[in-house]
Design a protein around this ligand. Structure first.
Ligand code: FAD
Length: 456
């Protein structure tokens, strides 16, 4: 460690116990299985590069001293992406927070910039992010690329890996003489959602969208299936501007205490962001479905109750809850939602995010349920799959088992070329750089859960 730090002289770093604890944790506590498997894993040092030159020196020193490293943005990943399993260095990227350029519909920024700051800067020029996670206030651009997949805006623009949503990435390799690569086109997906195992991202180039005034809106319905039907109709109403279509079966809205005045008991709720220019046709759609608008105002941050935030609000109220992540079939989305709700509604509370995905409109579900153990989890996986619903395994930190990334030969060859000593975030690719001592107990069982994956 001393020789490693000597090579980094002048670069801010900390070995303070509290800093190591905070910077080694993420939101994997969302999963009771990952909590047990990952709790207590600590880095040995937190290093905070100030610029790209520092990143190059850190990459060289890690290669020279065989020091494992985990790049870190806001630390909001909920699949253990940012937890160091083999100690070593956490490389905190948040000081690399400059916008490199902003043109009419394209921008490029350093990877450590917080998405909230980036969006604010874009809006000064009449543009905004096409999409962001519900953790926009904490998450960084590089962390979204490295650990995220979609979010607010996806109902219009698709998911991050859909061709065109990422234009270019600058990546530093982990070698004694590090290389700086520019990935463009489909190659960006070698690094996107790779949990930081394929090089340190220092810059991201992406297309932007015209900025609108978004109305944070709640519409309530007597019946969840009607709310789901409305959600799909809104999501596919191409003329209506929307950035978010999120539908919640009762009692999920009961967990949103700050919104209580707008969420009557026993009602299903649609949480939406609607462009003010298209409020009139939106209201006509609501009327035709028999919904009631209980809120419609700008800047209420309603997105902080949707996507991963729904789970967070529920878990804060009741730690016995856990969740699944699933995707409803594109050809019979509503039929499958209805069947799952009728068959499993007593055990799981449904919450849907409408999303464009691979050119189709569909719904992602993040059903909440009271966790009773592994057998129940496996039974629910199978029950969802029996209805044609695909499951992404939210209870494993293994990249290939999450169901959202195909680790094909091209990916693995790229991994070996940019990180030949397998120092980046070790333990996240099962079979390649397994955790020292291997997986055991529920972590092993969770890794083996048969996630059906999302590619179609
Ligand atoms: C309440 C809640 C809500 C969420 N909602 C969403 C959502 O709507 N959509 C969504 O996609 N995700 C969501 N997430 C997951 C997560 O917040 C997002 O993916 C977020 O974009 C991660 O950004 P971050 O900066 O916090 O990344 P981190 O957690 O710091 O890192 C994530 C991964 O990226 C890697 N990484 C970070 N920076 C770099 C870099 N510069 N170079 C290489 N690798 C890097 C890390 O090593 C790690 O593996 C949610 C999580 C929570 C807890």
């Amino acid at each position: 460690m001393d020789a490693f730090l000597a090579d980094l002289a002048g670069i801010p770093h900390s070995r303070d116990a509290a800093a190591l604890r905070v910077k080694s944790a993420d939101f994997s506590w969302f999963s009771p299985i990952m909590s047990a498997a990952l709790g207590g894993r600590l880095a040995d040092v937190v290093v905070s590069p100030r610029n790209e030159e520092d990143v190059l020196r850190i990459a060289a020193a890690c290669a020279k001293h065989r020091m494992p490293l985990v790049a870190r943005g806001g630390g909001t990943g909920n699949f253990g992406q940012a937890v160091p399993l083999a100690g070593g260095a956490v490389v905190e990227m948040t000081a690399l927070d400059k916008i490199v350029f902003q043109r009419s519909h394209v921008a490029r920024a350093q990877a450590g910039i917080r998405l909230v700051k980036l969006d604010e800067e874009l809006r000064k020029n009449g543009q905004e992010l096409r999409m962001h996670p519900s953790t926009k206030k904490l998450a960084t651009l590089g962390g979204f690329v490295g650990g995220g997949h979609a979010g607010i805006g996806t109902v219009t623009w698709g998911i991050l890996r859909d061709r065109g949503n990422l234009l270019g990435l600058k990546v530093v390799t982990i070698e004694e003489t590090p290389r700086v690569l520019e990935l463009r086109g489909d190659d960006v997906n070698l690094v996107h959602h790779a949990y930081g195992v394929n090089g340190i991202v220092t810059e991201v180039e992406f297309p932007t969208a015209p900025a609108y005034e978004w109305l944070d809106t709640i519409v309530v319905f007597d019946d969840f299936e009607r709310a789901a039907e409305f959600g799909l109709a809104l999501a596919t109403s191409d003329g209506i501007l929307k950035k978010l279509v999120s539908v919640h079966a009762w009692p999920v809205p009961a967990y949103f205490t700050a919104l209580k005045p707008h969420l009557p008991d026993e009602k299903a709720a649609a949480l939406l962001m609607i462009g003010s220019e298209t409020r009139e046709p939106f209201e006509a759609l609501v009327q035709s479905f028999g919904g009631t608008i209980t809120l419609c105002v700008p800047q209420a941050n309603i997105y902080e109750y949707t996507w991963g935030h729904t789970t967070m609000h529920a878990l804060r109220a009741d730690r016995s809850l856990t969740y699944l992540v699933c995707i409803f079939p594109k050809d019979y989305t509503l039929a499958a939602i209805g069947r799952v709700h009728r068959k499993l509604g007593a055990e799981v509370m449904l919450h849907l995010e409408y999303k464009r995905f691979n050119g189709h409109m569909t719904a992602e579900g993040v059903p909440l349920f009271r966790y009773q153990g592994f057998e129940q989890m496996t039974r629910l996986y199978k029950a969802f799959e029996a209805e044609g619903v695909r499951i992404a395994n939210a209870h494993t930190f293994l990249l290939q088992n999450g169901g959202m990334k195909d680790l094909d030969e091209k990916q693995l060859a790229f991994k070996r070329s940019v990180d030949p000593r397998l120092l980046m975030n070790p333990g996240k690719i099962g079979g390649l750089d397994d955790l020292p001592g291997g997986l055991s107990g529920t972590a092993l069982e969770a890794a083996q859960l048969p996630a059906s994956g999302w590619a179609y």
